[in-house]
Write a protein that binds this ligand. Sequence first.
Ligand SMILES: Cc1cc2nc3c(=O)[nH]c(=O)nc-3n(C[C@H](O)[C@H](O)[C@H](O)COP(=O)(O)O)c2cc1C
Length: 172
Amino acid sequence: MSTEDKIVSYRRLFGRFATGVAVVLAEDGNNVVGLTVNSLTSVSLNPLLLLFCARNESESAATVLRVGRFSVNVLTAHQEAIARHFAGPRTTTTKFNCQRSEGFVSIPASAAVFRCTVEGVHLGGDHRIIIGRVIDMIGPDECNPPLLYHQGRYTELELDMEEKFLAGTEQR
Ligand SMILES: Cc1cc2nc3c(=O)[nH]c(=O)nc-3n(C[C@H](O)[C@H](O)[C@H](O)COP(=O)(O)O)c2cc1C
């Protein structure tokens, strides 16, 4: 199998690993930059650490590393347009409805927001693994259904699952 064929198979099969969707945001001067990610992973509880992976060429990740702080905004099913916005081509002058607090920008009505400082960065082939130390976190008491990504598509929980989710009866 050629390298290109392997990459195609890898993407196709890894697409079966369903994930949530988050937007990593950073502010550089008056410019808010961000990228949609599904590589978000919790790393450590003590200290609180998380990671996401970003393409080596990612301009938003370069800004995150330059300013040393970022927010991770976990999206709900109502926020697909925001995921698309930060996954597509755009200019840094794009106006986006962000909240500002204590030097961090975040997306209102997210399921959860983690405010982080950059703890470390590691090479991972054509991506960088960026570790964040969680400084604080916020989220509404009620958890809305999450935005999901599966097989290259945005999706959400099936309706009956959603009802169970909202009723707080989901199995752990
Ligand atoms: C659901 C979804 C998840 C994504 N996850 C990642 C990711 O984890 N890391 C990454 O570098 N790009 C990811 N991307 C692609 C980036 O969002 C996209 O390339 C974005 O335009 C990068 O912006 P930047 O060039 O400002 O860094 C994802 C895209 C989608 C639609």
